[in-house]
Design a protein around this ligand. Sequence first.
Ligand code: EPS
Length: 400
Amino acid sequence: MNKKFRFLTSGESHGKCLNGIIEGVPAGFPISVEEINHELWRRQQGYGRGGRMQIESDKVEIKSGIRHGISTGAPICLEIKNKDYENWKTVMDTEPVEITEENLKKIQEKSFTKLRPGHADYAGFVKYGFDDLRNVLERSSARKTAMEVAIGSVAKQILKQFKVNSCINITQIGQAQINGKLKVESGKLFYNNQAFSIDEISYLSEQSEVRCFDKETSENMKAEIDKAKEEGTTLGGKFEVYYTGLPVGLGSYVHYDRAIDGRIAQAVMSIPAVKAVEIGEGVNLSGVNGTKTHDPFALKNGKIVRTSNNAGGIEGGMTNGETLVVKGTMKAIPTMKTPLPTVDIKDMTKAEAHFERSDACAVPACAVVAEARIAIVLIDEFLDKFGGDSFAEIKAHYEC
Ligand code: EPS
C-alpha cells in the first residue's frame, strides 16, 4: 500500500480540539484555509443534523507546513477547536481533576453504562475494559471525521491543480429515493433521459438541504427525516461520490493492496455507520451477463473512448480515465430517543439504551466525509505515479 501522503489525527468529540498532521505534501502548492473551512462547513450541513452542529462552526488553524499560503514540503499541522469543550471542561480534562463533590457530580452526570446497540460501546467496553462508556463514545464518535475532511480538502486542492474535480449526490434517505436510473458516463450524469454535467450535479446537490440533485426527491427525503424525528428514531441512506479528470493508471493490479478499488472501499467502509461500498454499477451487476456488464471500447477522433461506464472508472484495480463512481450505504445512527432494549454493564441488569444528543440523519455529512477520504487515496496514488518534491517537478512528470 502506498503511503506518499500520510496522516494521523487525534481528538475526542468533547475534548479541547481535533488535530491532524499530514506528511508528504510537496512544496509549492497553494493551500487555502478558506477552502478547508468551506469543506468543514459542508460537513456540518444537511437536514436532520442535531444540536451539536448549532454549537460548532468548525474552523481550521494551520499551524505549520504552509508559508504565505503555499506548502513548503514540511509536515502540515492542522487544528480544529471544539467549541463545546467549554461545557465539558472538568469531564474531559486531560489532567487529573480535584476530587470535589461538584467535580464528581459533573463527571458522573456524563458517565454512562447502558450499551447502545449498533454503536462501538459493547466491543469497545470488552476490548479496553472501561467501566465508563464515555471513554468509548468520545473517540468512536463521528466528530473525528471533521479533521479527515480538513485533510481531504488539502488533497482535493492539490488534485484540483490537475483538473480533478468531485461532487456528491444523495440517492436515498430512509424510504425516499431517486426514482429512476442514474448513470454516470463520459463525465455526464444521465437521469430519466436527461443529461447533466458533473458541474450541474454539483451545483444542484449543493443547493439541496439533503445534497440530492433532484428537487422532488429532496423534499421527500426531508419529509422522511421529519417523520423519523417525530418517532424519536434515526435514518440512514445511500450516497454517491463522483470524481472527474482522473488520469489512467492510478493504483495497480500487481498486488491486492495496490488495487485502488480496494483502497477506496476501505477508506469509505471505515467511516462510522457505513455498511456497504460499491464502485460503478456495483451490486446491480450480480444478475447481468457479461455482454451487459462490460464497457465497450470505441474510437473517437483517433482516441480510445468508452460507450458506457458500468465499471465506475476502475478496471483491474486501476483508474481507467472514466468518471470514478463510488456508492456508499450508511445505516441509521444508533443513538436514539426511542431506545432499544439493552444491558446496563454497571450491574448487569436489563435496561434501555443510553440516549444523548444525536443526529436524526447524517447521510449528507457522511458523503462529504467519503469525498474527502477518497481524495486522500487518490492523492496518495497520484503522488506515487507523478511524484516529486515540488509542484513544478510533479507538473513536469504529469505532462510528459
Ligand atoms: C458529530 C458530533 C457529535 C454527534 C455525531 C457527529 O456530537 P455530539 O455527540 O456532541 O452530539 O452529533 O456523532 C454521532 C451521532 C455518533 O454517534 O458518533 C460530528 O461532528 O459530526
